[in-house]
Design a protein around this ligand. Structure first.
Ligand SMILES: Cc1ncc(COP(=O)(O)O)c(C=O)c1O
Length: 391
């Protein structure tokens, strides 16, 4: 049996080598940084080439012949992947924009508190920090890894407008229990707003089952679709109740009437959209999403768990300390304490291993297309680095 045969398949009818052949970077680098940027596939590249060819061939008529349709195809695919309906999904340029649109859509009704956590990605807190009328409550982590649902339950009350937090924390990999958080928010009459950039694509997810009100994500990381787009899910019942105070011509019912006095919010989540989406990214995102859908999230989760478990074991055996969630809440973001994270990351890069660093840590994030050999190589090169070596 060859080494290749010995590797577990990601999906029974598709070998890991077939999958890897889709992602050229894997033939050039040991790429373990999908929580920052998912790998670019040949499939995405082909979709992008189709887009540029249509641009050459048709110019502006490609909008009507092709590109508007591709936007809707992406919406349908992503909605299905999230367990949602297309009418609940808006396409926006970034998570930050999606969060801002929601902040500008909800009336305070006497509530002026937003509860987030110190482990959230900063752009989530910034949305409220710049609004003087909002009191921002930042929950501290008891261990630097997690926040307990009880902390939210204590902090979220009749003054709270949003419980706003992450699905998976970007520097601990801890997956929060969204259903518990949504219920806590609802019981207090508050709304749940989840930054799922590090969630969708690396954990199983059906948004209606979580009962969250809002969820943002995007193709950039675990969905292998590149930068330039974000997905905003708004729970069905809320869509038509909300009237964003920042808007665009994509948000109006009769977009192509060009009637300055005829603005009327669309009856679906497109009412939250902020103008023309990044069409190149619509194409690369379609390619990535196709692959993710073909492999299936269950297989991806299983594969990522196997790889990250191995990474954790090997890194520990090499003498490193980890900042790690318990196994129930653990995902494929692995944080390794290091005295010189930027130096270690530079050393790894010189040896063809791509990971990144966050203050105090080297961060590695294997995805379904990685192999056990790559994990081992990362640990070996990391272990060989002595601070000062590469300076
Ligand atoms: C959890 C999380 N939220 C948000 C972002 C970025 O948001 P934006 O699309 O506004 O750049 C990142 C990383 O890029 C992230 O990890």
């Amino acid at each position: 049996m060859s080494v290749t045969d010995a590797r577990p398949p990601v999906q029974s009818n598709r070998s890991i080598d077939t999958i890897r052949a889709e992602f050229p970077i894997l033939g050039r680098k040991t790429y373990l940084n999908s929580c920052s940027l998912g790998a670019l596939s040949r499939r995405s590249e082909a979709c992008l080439a189709e887009f540029t060819e249509q641009w050459h061939e048709m110019g502006a008529s490609a909008w009507y012949g092709h590109w508007l349709r591709r936007i809707e195809e992406l919406r349908v695919k992503v909605a299905a992947f999230l367990g949602a309906t297309p009418r609940e999904l808006a396409l926006l340029p970034s998570t930050s924009t999606a969060l801002s649109v929601i902040a500008e859509s909800v009336r305070a009704d006497g509530r002026n508190r937003v509860v987030c956590t110190e482990l959230d990605f900063p752009t989530l807190a910034y949305q409220w920090a710049v609004r003087p009328e909002i009191e921002l409550v930042v929950l501290p982590s008891p261990d630097g890894v997690r926040i307990d649902p009880e902390q939210f339950a204590e902090a979220v009350d009749e003054r709270t407008l949003f419980l706003a937090t992450s699905h998976v924390f970007f520097t601990t990999g801890y997956e929060q229990d969204l259903a518990a958080l949504a219920d806590i928010a609802r019981a207090a009459g508050a709304l749940s707003l989840i930054d799922g950039y590090q969630g969708a694509g690396q954990v199983e997810l059906s948004l209606p089952e979580t009962r969250v009100d809002f969820y943002t994500s995007g193709p950039l990381k675990w969905l292998c679709g590149g930068p330039g787009l974000a997905y905003l899910y708004v729970r069905d019942d809320l869509v038509e109740l909300l009237k964003p105070r920042i808007t665009s011509w994509f948000a109006t019912e009769r977009q192509f009437d060009f009637d300055l006095e005829g603005f009327e919010y669309r009856g679906d989540a497109r009412r939250f959209e902020m103008g023309t989406p990044a069409i190149p990214t619509v194409h690369t995102a379609l390619g990535g999403q196709e692959i993710i859908d073909e492999i299936g999230i269950e297989a991806i989760v299983a594969r990522n768990r196997a790889l990250s478990t191995r990474l954790v074991e090997r890194v520990r055996a090499a003498g490193f300390q980890l900042r790690l969630a318990d196994t129930k809440h653990r995902t494929s973001i692995v944080m390794i304490h290091h005295v010189d994270p930027p130096g270690a990351v530079a050393h790894l890069a010189e040896h063809g291993v791509v990971v990144d660093d966050r203050p105090g840590f080297v961060r590695a994030s294997p995805h379904f297309y990685n192999t056990e050999e790559e994990v081992d190589r990362f640990v070996e090169v990391l272990g060989a680095y002595r601070p000062g070596d590469d300076r």
